[in-house]
Ligand binder design. Sequence first.
Ligand code: BGC
Length: 737
Amino acid sequence: MLKLSTKIKSILAVVVLMSILSCGINNNKKPSNDNPFESQVDSILGLMTLEEKIGQLNLPVSGDITTGQAQSSDVAKKIEEGKVGGLFNIKSVVKIKEVQKIAVEKSRLGIPLIFGMDVIHGYETTFPIPLGLSASWDMDMIKKTAQMAAQEATADGINWTFSPMVDISRDPRWGRVSEGSGEDSYLGARIAEAMVNGYQQGDLTKTHTMMSCVKHFALYGAPEAGRDYNTVDMSRIRMYNEYLYPYKAAVDAGVGSVMASFNEIDGVPATGNKWLLTDLLRDDWGFNGFVVTDYTGIHEMIAHGMGDKYDVASLALKAGVDMDMAGDSPDVNAAFVKVLKEDLDKGKVGINEIDTAVKRILTAKYQLGLFEDPYKYCDENRSKTEIFTTENKGFARKVASESMVLLKNEDNILPLKKSGTIALVGPLANSAVNMAGTWSVATKQEKSNPLLEGLKTVVGDKANILYAKGSNVDYDEEFEKRVTMFGKDIPRDDRTDKQLLGEALAIAKKSDVIVAAIGETAELSGESSSVTSLQIPQAQKDLLNALFATGKPVVLVLFTGRPLAIVDENENVPAILNVWFPGSEAGLAISDVLFGDVNPSGKLTATFPMNVGQVPIFYNHKNTGRPLGNKEGKFQKFKSNYLDVRNEPLYPFGYGLSYTTFDYSNLTLDKSSINLDGEISASIDVTNSGDYDGKEVVQLYIRDVVGSVTRPVKELKGFEKIMICLLYTSPSPRDRG
Ligand code: BGC
């Protein structure tokens, strides 16, 4: 075989913003404030009663509406009375059409409803969880996932998505790290833009695009102790430099709506925080869409200690909230629809404030073209032909394989050969319903392919696949129940732990290699899924150890929605492929990577710590006045380090292996100095020096060494994902297996 090395020059330009506030002050491109629908909106407003106005601000959850029953349900009655502005998480074009009909044909003014949903990482065709998607570092591909999600969702009647979630987080205890793009705000901002552009495509009048809602504004990813919904307390300098940029990027990309977060900021809950929702969002950033609360966000301000139901509703409206999500639920009493009228009578709010919010909602409906054609998204034929198609699933398979991160590959154990006998073991190996991961409301979870199915399909009759569950998800049955809810069960096995393990060891003995499919279940991350341990559940850890002890080569296929502290596994297991939750085509995509049909190219976007005690841990930290003075990370008294564990993480941000190797050389800068707002280009030659075609993510980091305030030791300011192929004159190594 003759291999010619191929190289690519990667040129990354960076505008170096040296000022303290790198977001919000610099690069302050304000969206235009012109509203082309102003006169239409004003004329409708002029016709509305106070009740109808307040009704537009009301966003009930789909409630008891089901096909054929809509006309008799409570929500249907409210729609008819003009007391509902939109509905969310109602699935199926047939139901949506029926409900829209009530609004348009039975309510006095016939104002159409807006239909929202958590279309987070795909619709029925489901892509990897957002943390996984971000690990692809491929902005075009990420944009296309949002575009495809919009195509499917709009074909099913949905025109508004509660995505992207752009909360920066450095705390893997927080379950919602799975829903975001990791710890870096520069990368997060690029992904925010890609997603907004994918959903909206700069043109909401098209039938295939939908309005995007960036969330959770703001700082939701920094709750104390990683506990969901907990207090956030952060300095302004940290907010502006490290957390706000992705939200701002979404606003600059023209996002149509913003969701307020549950947490407090500077002692005031986001939902009632005027500084956040008006001064910053509208006055500084020029946002001119509408703001929706998160689920019962107004009501929750009572528990936060912001007053009674009248106080909190007026606080929210005055802060800049336009729409109240789920306030109309029976157990909620502080809701716009329930108290705003009295607030107006008492003089706690003015009619102008109500009108402003109503106008923003009506404008959004105009932007979506709903006044022109309320049934624009209700084409039943589209719903039959554009959702969960073979083409879409094919794309989901590709995306999933691009998101996986190869964490370890000792002695090039991977890629596997499509021959011999392979033992597939683990509670995640054959669970279709867990493959889509968290927040996959519309997914066809039972139609996702699990790894067992994927392996069998990909190897065909070339290899023999044996399967055993090996263990339950965990020894603790109660814990297992909590992490397998919402239909994402892995039925608990009646056999004893010993019997389960015995079966696994028996097939391991007959095999050439063991693939262990273990880790978290889909519901172990996501909303309200915070943890204090970052270990793989003990039952599965024990299983892995027992498999390793057989002496057979073991490949760990790690399912996870968060960075885990897998120090023991990293020490023992020769190969680790982190697959996150890969989505609809999980099994096929994992198999593609395991056998080398796809060379892994994902890079971590969130640091994997050594243990939970290192948290929060992130690459772009400051230096301190007492940095460690040795590269090996050895303990030094009176330096900033720990007695019991090194400072360095297990796997850092940006890390990920490939089946090939890349060499970097000839780093050049086009200037040796620049002004404060100057631009400098860096270029570097990247060579594929290994045996496989492969993709590499070239990452550019800078450090502002001296400043009037301290700066991080490293900051990502550019990246490019490139494919470098080998040139062959004889069969490629890929054909070996
Ligand atoms: C979540 C949001 C979500 C909303 C609607 C809330 O509990 O925090 O992210 O969009 O529910 O489903």
